[in-house]
Design a protein around this ligand. Structure first.
Ligand code: T4K
Length: 411
């Protein structure tokens, strides 16, 4: 372990990086390779590569069992899944979405030609704030998309009441919430439908992929057709469709990774606890705590940095970690409303998104997953502890570095 004894030991100030290889936040979890290759071999032997093949069907059945949901359609990714869901639910006009989420949530709405209306999030959970949702409803609003950010369930009950009261559709972006529960019920069972992401960086992946879960037979049937161009039978379509199917290779990965799900969960939980111990007592750094009485995937290690106490900004801490080869991420900076095509059309809405604005400046995500071990986490926590305990000096040295760099660039 490389111990930082003096400020100049920090890699950003010329010291040796703590890690020789980068530590990523989204290193894929990969199950039994032999079993995966065997399954892919069978796929090749069958010469049935996509379009409702046996792997996809088995995968969907396993998902239904795990989630305790009536219908689950495997899809090529969550972004397409959100679009399919909105189309199948006949949303239009304005759709209320949180501003603090991955840009895909907003883009999915805009891609369909609808208008995403950005809502603020609750400070404790980082999920859409129902009290703010109602203020944004107009005669053009047709739906609400809640995002179970970091795997933490939205305030589903409150959103459900609002949706019913105003005759709106309720969709959940559950990209982060696979294998999570709310009051003992698995995510996948709430709202009109829920969409999971199985992207490579998610704790459970199918390379690229996702699933749309619903308890509505009608909605599931529509989605099933829409993801295959709208086909009913061989030569006819009954509605507009697209291509959002999952391939057999992805489903083979899904089936294999499902077998290792307990291992992935154990690694994430072990890492979560290691971070909790390692970060305890560090001034100005608060780690998001998950509700351990629920099922949770512990997929994201979420820090909120209180700059007035650390004396270092979140961005300075990120730079310091990157120099040590810890590739912490600023999810979801700068907030959807500050990204295009939204920023130029809604330049002033930041004032009604104060929690989003604050979180976008203060949240930092740390590496976890099966590729990260306890010793590495202890080192990461020590870097943070050391840096923050020397906050004032570190800031001064960083300013000094910047001044030298600026001078050099002028010469
Ligand atoms: N809704 C929400 C709330 C979401 O967070 C997402 C996706 C979606 C919807 C849409 O789901 P999909 O349509 O993707 O199914 C990543 C993912 O690409 C994205 O799926 C995810 N959210 C988002 C939170 O994270 P980036 O831009 O951070 O990806 P990237 O390439 O920088 O990778 C992240 C880290 O993982 C890096 O440190 C590199 C590492 N990595 C990445 C890949 C792909 C690996 O080590 N191996 C890999 O194969 O968006």
């Amino acid at each position: 372990m490389i111990i930082k004894k003096a400020i100049q030991d920090l890699a950003i100030l010329g010291g040796r990086p703590s890690f020789s290889q980068p530590l990523h936040v989204g290193r894929p979890n990969i199950g039994d390779k032999e079993r995966l290759l065997q399954r892919i071999g069978e796929v090749l032997d069958r010469r049935w590569l996509t379009n409702a093949g046996p792997c996809v069907e088995e995968f969907e059945q396993r998902l239904r069992q795990l989630l305790g949901v009536r219908h689950c359609n495997a899809i090529c990714n969550a972004t397409d899944g959100l679009q399919l869901a909105m189309r199948a639910m006949e949303m239009s006009g304005e759709v209320i979405v949180p501003a603090f989420t991955f840009i895909a949530t907003a883009h999915a709405v805009q891609w369909l030609g609808f208008t995403p209306v950005f809502c603020d999030v609750a400070p404790e959970t980082h999920t859409i704030n129902p009290a703010r949702v109602e203020e944004l409803i107009t005669s053009r609003t047709t739906g609400i998309i809640g995002v179970h950010l970091w795997g933490q369930p939205c305030d589903v009950k409150a959103l459900d009441v609002i949706a019913r009261r105003h005759g709106l559709k309720l969709l959940f972006d559950a990209a982060h919430a696979f294998n999570c529960s709310l009051e003992g019920r698995m995510i996948g069972n709430f709202g009109d439908a829920e969409v999971f992401s199985f992207h490579a960086t998610k704790f459970f992946n199918t390379f690229e992929g996702g699933a749309l879960a619903t308890n509505s037979v009608e909605l599931a049937r529509r989605v099933q057709r829409m993801r295959n161009f709208g086909f009913v039978g061989l030569d006819q379509t009954d509605a507009l469709g697209t291509n959002a199917k999952m391939s057999e290779a992805s489903a083979a990965m899904g089936l294999t990774n499902l077998e290792s799900l307990p291992d992935f969960l154990a690694a994430n939980y072990r890492n979560y606890e290691a971070y909790r111990r390692g970060l305890e007592g560090i001034s100005g750094v608060q780690m998001l705590q998950y509700d351990t009485s629920e099922k949770c995937n512990y997929q994201y290690i979420v820090l909120e940095v209180n700059e007035s106490r650390t004396l270092l900004t979140r961005d300075q801490l990120q730079d310091i970690l990157w120099a040590e080869n810890v590739l912490a991420r600023r999810y979801f900076y700068p907030g959807c409303h500050r990204m295009e095509p939204y920023a130029s059309t809604m330049p002033n809405i930041g004032s009604r998104l104060s929690v989003t604005e604050r979180l976008a400046q203060s949240v930092l995500i740390l590496p976890t997953g099966t590729a990260v071990n306890t010793e590495q986490i202890e080192i990461i926590c020590e870097i943070l502890r050391f840096t923050i305990s020397h906050g004032g000096d570190t800031v001064e040295r960083l300013h000094g570095l910047r001044a030298v760099a600026q001078q050099a660039s002028r010469m």
